[in-house]
Design a binder for this molecule. Structure first.
Ligand SMILES: [Mn+2]
Length: 394
């Protein structure tokens, strides 16, 4: 076995090296192609919707929408989409990045994110007199600059134009959200043993944030909420210096971001022995959530689902203590469509991702919220957050 075999192995190793290098390059190419196809497909959907709404040019300024349509993650840049063109306007700092990320778009260099001169040239050349803008994401300064840059242009306000499309996820999007939910589950699991009487709300938030980041969360989707004792009656009580004691309700609301996609979950816990009322209210919220998990189906209207929980709490005598919506969509943003609340007009569809988060909050006493993230699949509901839901820890 000696030299001959050794040199043969050496030869084999080099061949394998070349083989895998080539394979890796192919994988990268394939990934890029898949990404470009994703954005081309999304552009097609947008253009179809433009046609339906009689829109011939859209200026896209909201960053999650810019990313959704183009793949561009830079902090400065805007898109113009017409039936024929797809352009990404950005400045010197992002030119190379834009070229790499936004393969379905033509990149145009501008001076800043409010430099509309190049876009003005194009609109004038093409005799486009109407430009749609995202009214919820377009400020007065931008409005004035645009009017100056393109005299006589008529602006058409669009509301939730892209958000309605984003509410229904593609499979790879759901996979990223599920991963974000998994990171949050893992971080929570690691923090559980640290939850002992004497720890402060801020310490809980910090321990959680550290582990979320360590496990791959790109940032926090929102500031972590830790509200203990009487403060747990505040649905959005940010972590403060308060020390957590035995027998107090503690609400922790947090999430992770992975591949640009968010997750969102809430757990309420108690150290020591709960009172009868604490147990009663926790069980009520738990039952309400279970009820939603069992009944929810595609085709239902969001406000109808919310009403079921609202009526249940009313029957139990807690109707006045559920002051927020039952849930909200989650994706590139932590609050997006659909809206499960008394105002929720949307119809639930397959591949929508949203939270189910009933809660009861009693002033000067405390509160309970349990929040999980779900996706509507063809075969029913799938819960993406998997952490246990128990009131008493330890
Ligand atoms: Mn939420």
């Amino acid at each position: 076995m000696g030299i001959v075999n050794n040199s043969y192995n050496y030869f084999l190793a080099i061949c394998l090296g070349f083989y895998f290098e080539k394979k890796l390059k192919n994988v990268k190419k394939m990934k890029n192609r898949r990404k470009r196809n994703t954005h081309k497909k999304r552009l097609n959907i947008i253009r179809q919707k433009m046609q339906e709404k009689n829109v011939s040019a859209i200026l896209v300024t909201h960053r999650p929408n810019v990313f959704y349509l183009s793949g561009f993650t830079g902090t400065s840049g805007f898109l113009l989409v017409t039936p024929e063109e797809a352009l990404l306007y950005t400045d010197f700092r992002y030119l190379q990045q834009a070229g790499e990320q936004a393969a379905a778009f033509e990149i145009v260099k501008v001076e800043s994110s409010i430099d509309y001169s190049r876009m003005a040239e194009l609109l004038t050349r093409r005799a486009l007199k109407k430009l749609a803008v995202e009214e919820a994401h377009f400020n007065l300064r931008e409005f004035n600059l645009l009017k100056n840059a393109i005299p006589g242009i008529e602006l058409l306000p669009l509301y939730n134009f892209f958000e309605e499309i984003r509410a229904v996820k593609e499979k790879p999007e759901v996979e990223l959200i599920a991963r974000a939910a998994g990171i949050a589950d893992e971080a929570w699991q690691e923090v559980l043993p640290l939850l002992k009487p004497g720890i402060s709300e801020m310490e809980v938030a910090y321990e959680l944030e550290y582990r979320l980041r360590k496990r791959g969360s790109e940032k926090l989707p929102f500031e972590i909420i830790v509200a203990s004792g009487e403060r747990s009656a505040l649905p959005h009580g940010l972590a403060g210096t308060r020390i957590i004691r035995e027998g107090e309700l503690v609400t922790v609301d947090f999430g992770a971001v992975y591949g640009g996609y968010c997750s969102d979950m809430t757990r309420t816990f108690l150290l020591g022995e709960p009172s009868e009322k604490q147990r009663e209210i926790y069980n009520l919220v738990y039952e309400a959530q279970e009820m939603v998990f069992k009944m929810i189906k595609t085709g239902q209207q969001c406000l109808g689902v919310d009403t079921v929980v609202r009526q249940y709490f009313q029957q139990q005598g807690y109707g006045a203590y559920f002051g927020h919506g039952l849930g909200h969509g989650v994706g590139l943003e932590v609050h997006e469509l659909p809206t499960l609340s008394p105002k929720g007009q949307e119809i639930l569809q397959e591949m929508m991702v949203f939270t189910v988060e009933p809660g009861i909050y009693i002033e000067k006493w405390g509160g309970v919220r349990i929040e999980d993230l779900v996706v509507l699949c063809p075969y029913g509901l799938q819960i993406l957050t998997r952490s246990g839901r128990t009131l008493v820890l330890g």
